[in-house]
Ligand binder design. Structure first.
Ligand code: NAI
Length: 306
């Protein structure tokens, strides 16, 4: 199989490394900067004999080289600078994502698309519109990352192995995300049995602020290691038909009482893309938070089209 990554920046190039080194697929890295994706690809190829995988990695500035991809990941765009919210990226990235989606679908009409560019939910909606794809084949990555952050903070608080912590974060990728603490467990034990409500509230807040925390520390862009890992998990579940149940930004068609909006919900990901959207029984408070989050996505979809 072949995976195209549009945008060979920090998230894109790290994702290329993950996909190749996990031996999942050949990778085409595309960027508008001449020579840059070619150089990165050569660097990754030179590591191949050491890392012992057998995947091709090519870099290009030409969409013709991406043809026949099973998956297209879009990370092209600009990242946040300190003090910026994801929404500040709206207009610039909207143009980039729409153009990239149209170019990519023209050469890989059967591909499944994963959008990573921020503001995530809006960009996924615009890519859905630009490609005309059925909702099963277009989605955004955010929930897997936000959940991993929440799990990390829970694990750090309790001093336990992060892999033993399971949590899910729904909603939009931003300050209005909806971490479901009620469902978070350590090997099946609810965290509500293990931690005080005030501590959980603090961990939820840190999760909401997880991206900004790193932007502020680095001062030169945002996170990319964990975002690349999170995206590779989605790529893997699709390519290997693993049917994992992951929080995915999906185009909703009435689920959770929401329509014509993209928002993070639990989805089963397999070779067909989003094979099922799971509807959880949310509390009034959680449902309210999901609606608020959907409303802000909708407002930004409108703003992006002004
Ligand atoms: P970056 O600046 O390192 O890379 C972006 C790349 O896109 C650059 O190499 C740039 O040349 C390229 N690009 C710009 N316009 C293009 C076009 N028209 N066609 C092809 N390539 C183009 O940024 P980074 O850190 O890799 O982040 C990428 C995006 O992903 C940002 O919007 C960031 O906010 C977002 N992001 C989203 C996350 C999520 O959870 N969904 C997590 C982390 C980042």
């Amino acid at each position: 199989p072949r995976v195209t990554i549009v945008g060979a920046g920090r998230v894109g190039s790290t994702l290329a490394q993950r996909i190749a080194e996990k031996n999942l697929a050949d990778v085409v890295l595309l960027d508008i900067i001449a020579g840059m994706p070619q150089g990165l690809a050569l660097d990754l190829v030179e590591a191949r004999g050491i890392e012992l995988h057998n995947r091709q990695i090519i870099g290009t500035n030409n969409y013709a080289d991406t043809s026949g991809s099973q998956i297209v990941v879009i990370t092209a765009g600009i990242p946040r600078k300190p003090g910026m919210s994801r929404d500040d990226l709206l207009k610039t990235n909207a143009k980039i994502v729409v153009e990239a989606s149209k170019n990519a679908i023209a050469h890989s009409p059967n591909a499944i698309f994963i959008v990573v560019t921020n503001p995530l939910d809006v960009m996924t909606y615009l890519a859905w519109e630009a490609t005309g794809l059925p909702r099963s084949r277009i989605m955004g990555m955010a929930g897997v990352l936000d959940s991993a952050r929440f799990e990390t903070f829970i694990a750090l608080e309790l001093g336990v192995l992060p892999a033993d912590v399971k949590a899910m974060v729904l909603g939009s990728h931003g300050d209005l995300m909806v971490p479901l603490s009620r469902y978070a467990t350590v090997n099946g034990i609810p965290i509500t049995e293990l931690l005080d409500a005030t501590i959980i509230a603090r961990l939820v807040e840190r999760t909401r602020n997880g991206g900004a925390e790193i932007v502020e520390l680095m001062q030169t862009g945002g996170a990319f290691f964990a975002p690349a890992s999170a995206t590779s998990v989605m790529v893997e579940s699709i390519l290997l038909n693993q049917s994992r149940l992951l929080p995915v930004a999906a185009y909703l068609q009435g689920e959770y009482g929401l329509e014509d909006v993209v928002i993070g919900v639990p989805c089963r990901l397999g070779c067909g893309g989003i094979e099922r959207v799971l509807e959880l029984n949310l509390t009034d408070e959680e449902r309210e938070a999901l609606y608020t989050s959907a409303q802000s996505v909708r407002k930004n979809i409108e703003r992006s089209q002004e």
